[in-house]
Write a protein that binds this ligand. Sequence first.
Ligand SMILES: [Zn+2]
Length: 282
Amino acid sequence: MESVIFSIDVEAWHDARVIQTMQPHLNTKKCTDRVIEPTLWLLDSLDEYGGKATFFVLGRIAKKYPNLVKEIVHRGHEVGSHGFDHVPLTERTMAETLEDILNSKDILEQCSGKAVSGYRAPCFSLTKTNTWVYESLAAAGYSYDSSVFPFSLHPEYGLSDAPLAPYYAHDNIVEFPLSCISLFGIRIPCGGGAYFRLSPSLFTKHCMTTITHSNRPFVFYIHPWELDDAQPRVGSFSVNYMRHYSFLSSTRKKLIEIFKTVKTVSFKQWIEKHRKQITTRI
Ligand SMILES: [Zn+2]
């Protein structure tokens, strides 16, 4: 399996949407970010098994921890933008979005010394209501995006009729949808995050094999806080609580199983090798 694209959305535990939903008045300025140790663990594990990845770093995190961005680049990985402060695009105007994606790109390029060409929206908030984002990404100098979840089961995100394989969403922007598998005509997400933590490893492996054999990349994502079982607990027992806190203690073990099975690549590496197979335009 050569086509497993591994990505990490580098943000703090309190940046997660479900935390803000459960605890809207949480004073995040007083919260520790707890982002360094799990990100370094990911870098060490990728080194150990020879994998590469794309790290979509929040501008706020890059500004606070510029050496972390330098370390990501030093280890040979790609840095992309996750916006500046994790406000979903569905809550932003066109002008605010353009400012955010330009600002975060600038900060990341200054920290990394490398051109930033990839973007992932906070909370996968590229939906059918704001596909104008592609125009902004092109204007800001990005060349690909990976913000679309091509399914309809989540109340806050998803673009249910998007293709499952990478496609041109704009003249100059390739969209890499997060991986979903079709079961009995229903698209089921299997590309990371809580979907990964809550599923057995065998299911993830089955999806990886099925998707890569269908000649499309398996696009996987994880957050540093999903590797941190000791993070503070906020909120009370609910679906959101379960989504955020379930099975955090087994994430590292499950990730090692992936690293042992496949040599992961970054988006940049995949594009360099496979750009010609992207033929769909919408
Ligand atoms: Zn995020």
